[in-house]
Design a protein around this ligand. Structure first.
Ligand code: GRF
Length: 193
């Protein structure tokens, strides 16, 4: 990845569908001197996403796209990304699967955060599945996005201990707390010379 300095941060877009707690942590990080990115666009497929509040709070441009026709929508998104000179995309709880051709357009520049220790538990319901398997640990992973779901090269992972009393809800909370630290760490890692 192109090295970036404090003065010359690369422009990032964050894609969300829900609460946006990772978006919030990324925004806070992006405002620090050491951050290689600045966030200039928030993209969502969900006009009711709670995370859109952060666009107001932090005065970051937002764009809502309905994915009725995926091909057309993705074209519109690509145009918007170009218009805003976006260099890197961070998926953060974005619930739509991007097409191969979209990903090709941003090859090696789309990241995602996933609440499991990939390659274990790709897809949804990761907490319940880890608990059902009586895992001792779960965690979170930041990885590059390829056209194969949750299968791109792993950038960084963080383990979280599972206790006997954990439920999907308590485990999700513990993992999310680590996610908020891990995404910024992943960005620092990929931009470090
Ligand atoms: C996180 O658990 C993330 O790993 C997954 O979706 C969730 C998004 O949470 N991809 P939030 O919207 O960032 O709070």
């Amino acid at each position: 990845m192109v090295p970036s300095t404090g003065i010359n941060k690369v422009k990032a877009a964050v894609f969300i569908s829900g609460t946006g707690s990772n978006l919030k942590s990324l925004i806070k990080f992006s405002k620090t001197k050491k951050s290689p990115i600045s966030i200039s666009l928030i993209v969502t497929n969900n006009s009711k996403a709670k995370g859109l509040d952060f666009s107001k709070i932090y005065k970051i441009k937002r764009k809502i796209f309905n994915f009725k026709d995926k091909k057309i929508t993705e074209k519109k998104i690509l145009l918007e990304l170009k218009k805003n000179k976006i260099y890197i995309i961070c998926l953060a709880g974005f619930m739509k699967i991007l097409s191969k051709s979209f990903i090709e357009n941003f090859k090696g520049k789309i990241l995602n955060i996933h609440p499991s220790l990939l390659p274990k538990y790709k897809g949804l319901n990761t907490y319940k599945r880890a608990l059902d398997k009586k895992e001792k640990y779960s965690g979170c992973t930041v990885h590059y996005v390829t056209s194969k779901l949750d299968s791109g090269k792993i950038i960084i992972q963080r383990k979280v201990k599972i206790n006997k009393k954990d439920t999907p809800k308590t485990l999700a909370k513990k993992i999310l707390k680590q996610e908020h630290k891990l995404y910024p760490e992943a960005l620092l890692k990929i931009f470090s010379p």
